[in-house]
Design a protein around this ligand. Structure first.
Ligand code: 5GP
Length: 209
């Protein structure tokens, strides 16, 4: 029988490209399972219910909370997001490494409940890239983009709680770095001065400096 899988909590500022990196990990490496979250956010163009997210009404989401069907949940820029419990427990027991791609409030709840979870924070190479990616994907209004940028600035305050930082300069490289962390294969890690530089740039940026 296979050993139990790991629980990987992966966060990153909106626009850091986490979603694409997660898809790459699923495509390239075995023994991973990507948790699909429930959300009350409306689907973006091209998003399919049950593939990117389980799209729920606020009532349905609250019912999931009441029935203890979510491991964690949070409100992010006006919408609820949460991780369905059954999928995570089943896959870990079957020996898969379960990826939760979630924001920082939910991530910290998971860390409290399951201290063995591996916490990874994905950073953009620099703050300019973050804004370019947010604007470039053309799925959000400038108002939402600015809210997401201030959220990123707020999140810089808690990223020190993560175990590992990886830079997403190139998708395949970033996916490989995460897989190296999971398989304990001499992962390429970045130093705190580099993390601090990106943190400060984002803080400045969100203030319009
Ligand atoms: P988006 O609207 O861009 O798809 O996601 C917004 C944020 O919500 C991202 O930071 C994403 O990682 C986070 N998120 C997605 N699913 C969950 C979840 O189940 N729980 C929590 N806490 N955050 C989530």
């Amino acid at each position: 029988m296979k050993n139990k899988g790991l629980l990987l909590v992966i966060s990153g500022f909106s626009g850091a490209g986490k979603g694409t990196v997660m898809k790459e990990i699923m495509k390239k490496y075995d023994d991973y399972a990507l948790s699909i979250s429930a959300t009350t956010r409306l689907p973006r163009e091209g998003e399919v219910d049950g593939r990117e997210y389980f799209f729920k009404t606020v009532e349905q989401f609250k019912q999931m909370i009441n029935e203890n069907k979510l491991i964690e949940y949070a409100n992010y820029v006006g919408n609820y997001y949460g991780t369905p419990r059954d999928f995570v427990e089943k896959n870990i027991n079957e020996g898969n490494n379960v990826i939760l791609e979630i924001e920082t409030q939910g991530a910290l709840q998971v860390k409290k409940m399951m201290p063995e979870a591996v916490m990874i924070f994905v950073l953009p190479p620099n703050a300019d890239t973050l804004k370019e990616r947010l604007v470039g994907r053309q799925t959000e209004t400038m108002e939402v983009i600015n809210k997401r940028l201030s959220k990123a600035a707020e999140e810089t305050g808690v990223i020190d709680k993560y175990d590992y930082f990886v830079i997403n300069d190139e998708i395949a490289d970033c996916a490989a770095r995460i897989n190296d962390i999971v398989t304990d294969n001499n992962p390429e890690l970045i130093g705190s001065d580099c993390v601090n530089k990106i943190k400060n740039d984002i803080l400045k940026f969100s203030k319009g400096e």
